[in-house]
Design a protein around this ligand. Structure first.
Ligand code: ZN
Ligand code: ZN
Length: 179
């Protein structure tokens, strides 16, 4: 494992959030879609379920997407702003069968603040480890999705198995055509 368990989950969740707006398609179009996303990623804490909450998450998503395209100083600026705006106060907690992990916001903070601070805490770990190259874009042709490479040997190139399979088939055809 490269990072602490909660850091790796937070990085995967942030990546998934960024990719809900990939290739111009809106995958969080309404509050129920956001609720399903939060459930899928195990987000605890209070929710309102209204349009304003969704809009704040959409704004956060745009900010987080910038992390994948910024240099280190740019990433640090985003992380520090999210921690400051979210009034982050790291505390070790355990609940629901999870061992001790860090929460840096109150359960009553807004959904966007909790998601933003959680992502910022995780990216702060990545910066401290000098591992920002682990946050990359998919190498498949025609796909620009964000990915987080948590493999030991930094070998991940594609956002998902669909892209990986497509590229392997394309490479095979190219070899046959030239061979
Ligand atoms: Zn927790
Ligand atoms: Zn892809």
């Amino acid at each position: 494992m490269l990072f602490a368990h909660d850091t790796e989950i937070a990085l995967a969740a942030a990546t998934a959030l960024v990719n809900t707006a990939a290739d111009g398609e809106e995958r969080l179009p309404d509050p129920p879609a956001l609720a399903a996303f939060l459930d899928a990623w195990g987000f605890t804490g209070s929710r309102v379920g209204d349009a304003a909450e969704l809009a704040a998450v959409h704004r956060l998503r745009t900010v987080l997407a910038g992390i994948w395209d910024a240099d280190e100083d740019g990433v640090v600026a985003v992380v520090n702003r999210l921690l400051r705006d979210g009034s982050a106060l790291p505390q070790l907690v355990r609940h629901d069968g999870w061992g001790y992990h860090v929460h840096a916001t109150e359960p009553t903070a807004s959904v966007a603040d909790r998601m933003g601070v959680e992502a910022a805490m995780a990216v702060a770990d990545v910066v401290r480890a000098g591992a920002l190259d682990r946050l990359r874009r998919c190498s498949a042709r025609g796909c620009d999705d964000a990915l987080v490479d948590l493999t030991r040997n930094a070998s991940r190139r594609f956002c998902d198995s669909t892209c990986a399979n497509r590229e392997h088939v394309a490479a095979y055809r190219a070899r046959r055509a030239t061979g």
